[in-house]
Design a binder for this molecule. Structure first.
Ligand code: ZN
Ligand code: ZN
Length: 250
């Protein structure tokens, strides 16, 4: 939304909580009660995949300096360089992500992008270009907007970094990933993306943005295509991430 148009619109439509619909003050995406329900990811966390470690979360450590690594990343490094997310995808986060994606609440992109910019500050510092995970044009037409592109634009604005929505495209209309297992998801997105102008990513550090990291299959395929196109490194930033029951990274 045009920033200049915002104050006038607020007089007619006061901002509402993305989770419960209550009127909220300022441009916050959540009311106080829903904000408390959301699980924001804070250090200490795995340097590579960004999974938060248990224990005393009130005692943050500089993860870059400590270089903490989770067991899953020590066993098998992720297909991207680093990943970060603002929220755990739990009962606190699910309604707000669904409202953003399907409920015409694109007005919340700025606030959500602010959370992401904070969570991904260390990634943004070294990012040359921000690229959203694309939707296929038929789905874009049905949904009218790509939620990942809205988040990428909001993050780019906060961090004053360039972003590009039409370099990585979805060449194949794949069925939705919902309901598929981990192996099915990998198979489903194989060959789904195409990089249109590889010279724009060659030798550069790319930050790939999506709304949720579930199994990571979609982001891994996007990262693979960008690396094949010559990207120096690919980091991943999402609004939320799924955690396994045992707290391990997905
Ligand atoms: Zn609320
Ligand atoms: Zn890890």
């Amino acid at each position: 939304m045009d920033q200049l148009a915002r104050p006038a619109l607020d007089l007619i439509l006061p901002p509402r909580c993305l989770r419960c619909g209550e009127v909220v003050a300022g441009d916050g995406a959540l009311c106080v009660a829903c904000f408390r329900e959301a699980t924001f990811i804070t250090p200490p966390l795995c340097h590579r995949c960004g999974v938060p470690f248990g224990g005393d979360w009130a005692e943050p450590v500089a993860e870059e300096a400590a270089g903490l690594l989770c067991a899953a990343c020590a066993r098998r490094p992720p297909p991207w360089h680093r990943a970060r997310a603002a929220l755990i995808y739990d009962d606190g986060a699910r309604p707000l992500l669904l409202a953003f994606k399907h409920g015409d609440r694109t007005d919340a992109a700025g606030a959500l992008g602010g959370w992401m910019a904070r969570a991904g500050a260390s990634l943004l510092e070294s990012a040359d270009l921000i690229i959203p995970v694309p939707l296929h044009r038929t789905r874009l037409w049905r949904r009218r907007f790509n939620q990942s592109a809205l988040l990428a634009a909001a993050v780019a604005r906060r961090a004053r970094r360039p972003w590009a929505a039409r370099l990585l495209i979805r060449a194949k209309a794949t069925p939705t990933q919902g309901g598929l297992g981990a192996a099915g998801r990998v198979e489903n997105v194989r060959g789904a993306f195409r990089l249109l102008r590889p010279e724009r990513v060659a030798g550069r550090r790319i930050l790939l943005v999506d709304d949720v990291l579930t199994t990571g299959a979609t982001l891994a395929e996007g990262a693979r295509v960008l690396r094949n196109g010559g990207a120096a490194a690919v980091d991943v930033l999402t609004l939320a991430r799924v955690m396994r029951e045992n707290g391990e990274s997905v």
